[in-house]
Design a protein around this ligand. Sequence first.
Ligand code: ADP
Length: 304
Amino acid sequence: MNAVLAYEDVRKSYGTTVALSGVSLDVREGEIFGLLGPNGAGKTTLIRIGLDILRPDSGRVLLFGHPLQRDGLDRVSYLPEERGLYRKVKVLDTLEYFARLKGLTKKDARARSEAWLEKVGLAHVAKRNVETLSKGMSQKIQIASALLSDPELCVLDEPFSGLDPVAVDLVKQLLRERRAAGRTTILSTHQMSQVEALCDRLAVIHAGQRVVYGALRDVRRAHSTPVVRVRIEGELPELPGLLRVTEDRDLLELHLAPGTSPSDVLEALVAAKVRVHHFEEVLATMEEIFLRAVRGESAPMEAA
Ligand code: ADP
């Protein structure tokens, strides 16, 4: 898989404040990549360096396989956390302006803007001034402005803030559509449930360092003690690596010795001719992983 954006040992200080102390990571083509970390971790600095808004003190950044250059940046869009729209401009004109910035012709920019207003359910406010929009509407317009040029790479910083559940669902759908079309998205958010729902791979940055990195499933598995949740008929047979059993409503939680794989347990259940109605591997949540990583409670864990 090609890296759309690659950081190699990137360092950056502001005076005596070290913002990044040697970060390497790849964002791969067609994925939704989660960039996570507490406030002040260095995420914005990392994004700005990747988009050539800031220069690193040392290290290397490759965008679409090349050192940063103008025509690479035309294929990228960025929705920063600190953002705003011109208040006295009409909604449709606002979107057209962003589309023109990305090199679309006037005609295409108009057509694309109208289509995106439909897409985010705001066609009825096309002629209104931005200042008359509610917070959620304005947020949807900003997301549309970042996505309407169909950029190969889009960086979205907290795109869900201020959105109601219906709008959150819409934005998730838009991001999944991007992925289905092979487009790459970097998602920076504190909303761990959205990370679990959307991200293919992720990094947690803490104090200028990458402390967790890898595929979502691998990261969750690497940070989990093996537990499976089952519902079966009859008695529990002898099982490999079973340490203890707890009950959670009508489910049994089987706590396994490190190194025991859930599939060993499933095989043993099937071999003992037990009827299995439910079988689920219980994984650490991203919230737990995030908190442990930034509190330094677990050794930096890497899942390739
Ligand atoms: P995040 O986006 O994860 O909140 P930032 O990249 O904004 O983190 O900041 C990383 C560190 O660099 C913080 O300690 C922050 O205070 C510092 N920092 C960021 N921008 C500047 C700046 N322009 N001047 C001085 N310090 C800065």
